[in-house]
Design a protein around this ligand. Structure first.
Ligand code: ADP
Ligand code: MG
Length: 474
């Protein structure tokens, strides 16, 4: 998978020059983040971390990832409508994991009342690594699918121009011209716009539900701007604002400050720290409403790691996607080994195997946002501690994916410029809109490549570990 710039990697003078150009190009292109010190002010901003050079990605695997995205969209949508599956799959998890349990309670409560929502919008990102097989051939293996608040569609849309310029500065114009255009922020906005239109109230707004700490605001603004360009009004609110000013009318239309809301796009609400009692109440109010939630709570549950693990059981995909054998096969081809830790013989065997050979596996709790998984010695210690406790069912176990590393420079403010051994994770954005039973839109909307130094087992861009990258197909 060698990229054609191995030759320049050790030309330190050329690299230094290119890095200066790269940082200015990123600032000019809007590859921006607020600073850690002032996460809620735009007076001082910096560039979001990114690789100096695009990373090589095998073309066949890149195309495979795009080709399976519509299947994943259908699958997530099917799971979100399958109460029996969600109930059965999450039964053991919700006994021990309070966060999933609380989401599940709201899910059941909303179903009991009857859904007011009739238009559904899914925005997800399916993430993969390229697993190196015994014979050295890389294979596309899914890490996870994110069904809520999947980020970086905005910033990644602006990164490709930066990498193009860097390649030109390094005398690689021909290669620069081969970088693929990529604009997932537009793809996401088209989905939101379609849902807004089908909601059918031209004066209603789109509400971005945002966190208290908004360091990644520019990524969201890219999507927002695409909506304003289509004359769709966008407001940004926190759970706290919804608790104080949100209300439903008799038809369960959602109002904020007297303004009707057509679409709620969550960039918040995916980790326990996002919630206190009032925020849970706000979430319930939103879920009960007629507004299009992206995602609704069922779709959020469809993205849990426990669901991912259950999908890998033989016959499960075929059951969830009746009559779509080929789609099921395409999806299954991307699965790594996934194992349940539920109480019983199967779980006992899994625990024993993981304790015997921890480096083969990753132990995952039902959490999002990076930095939660356990590896190696730590994995072994935790499993030994909880092997006889129901607590183990709050985790799933997964085969560890081992990609071939490649050399690159990770550009990060206030960090020295040095070459690192890196691995990459490819994400494909999926967007779909359903009205009642009818699928109105189902698309792959663009991609995101994130790269990190191999010494970090875990963590994404927001967690300060991975950086933005651009695929160079080989
Ligand atoms: P999160 O919801 O926290 O993003 P992920 O499942 O994406 O959880 O895991 C976080 C990170 O851990 C990934 O971005 C990847 O770098 C690493 N990781 C997760 N699963 C695996 C795996 N099976 N093999 C190797 N690395 C993994
Ligand atoms: Mg992830």
């Amino acid at each position: 998978m060698a990229a054609p710039w191995e030759d320049v990697l050790r030309d330190t003078a050329a690299i230094r020059e290119a890095a200066l150009v790269a940082v200015d190009a990123a600032l000019l292109a809007g590859v921006l983040m607020r600073t850690e010190g002032r996460p809620n002010a735009s007076e001082v901003v910096n560039y979001a971390p990114f690789t100096l050079l695009p990373s090589a990605v095998p073309r066949a695997l890149f195309e495979q990832a795009y080709a399976v995205q519509q299947d994943f969209n259908l699958l997530v949508d099917a799971i979100s409508q399958n109460k029996e599956f969600l109930e059965h799959t999450l039964a053991s998890t919700i006994k021990v994991d309070d966060f999933t349990a609380q989401l599940f309670r709201i899910y059941m409560q909303v179903l009991e009342e009857g859904l007011a929502q009739s238009v559904f919008l899914g925005i997800n990102r399916s993430d993969y690594m390229f697993d190196r097989g015994v014979d050295g051939t890389p294979a596309l293996k899914q890490i996870e699918i994110n069904t809520i608040a999947a980020s970086f569609a905005g910033l990644t849309s602006r990164t490709v121009a930066v990498h193009g310029q860097v390649l030109k500065v390094l005398g690689k114009s021909e290669e620069a011209s081969r970088l693929l255009p990529n604009n997932p922020s537009k793809g996401l906005a088209l989905g939101i716009a379609k849902a807004w239109e089908l909601y059918g109230s031209p004066s209603a707004v789109v509400m971005f539900l945002v966190e208290e700490v908004q360091r990644n605001i520019f990524d969201q603004r890219c999507v927002e701007n695409e909506l304003w360009n289509r004359n769709i009004r966008v407001i940004r609110k926190r759970f706290r604002d919804v608790f104080e000013k949100g209300s439903l009318d008799d038809a369960r239309r959602l109002y904020m400050d007297g303004q009707e809301v057509a679409v709620v796009y969550y960039r918040e609400g995916y980790v326990p720290q996002n919630y206190d009692q009032q925020n849970w109440e706000a979430r319930l109010l939103l879920e009960r409403s007629r507004a299009v939630k992206c995602p609704d709570i069922a779709t959020q549950l469809a993205g849990t790691k426990k669901v991912q693990q259950e999908l890998s059981r033989p016959g499960m995909l075929e059951k969830l996607l009746p009559g779509r054998t080929e789609a099921a096969a395409r999806i299954r081809a991307t699965f790594a080994g996934l194992y349940s830790l539920d109480t019983g013989e199967e779980g006992d065997k899994t625990v024993a195997a993981a304790i015997a050979d921890p480096d083969r596996f990753v132990l995952k709790p039902q959490r999002e946002g990076g930095g939660n998984n356990l590896y190696g010695e730590e994995l072994r210690q935790v499993l030994e501690k909880i092997r006889d406790s129901p607590e183990r069912t709050s985790y799933i176990l997964m085969d560890k994916i081992k990609p071939q590393p490649a050399m690159n420079y990770l550009l990060r403010a206030h960090s020295p410029l040095e070459v690192s051994e890196c691995i990459s994770e490819l994400g494909i954005f999926g967007v779909y809109v359903r009205r009642g039973k009818e699928m109105v839109m189902n698309k792959a909307a663009g991609h995101l490549l994130r790269t990190k130094a191999i010494e970090h087992a875990d963590g994404g861009v927001a967690a300060g570990v991975a950086v933005l990258d651009t695929p160079y197909l080989v």
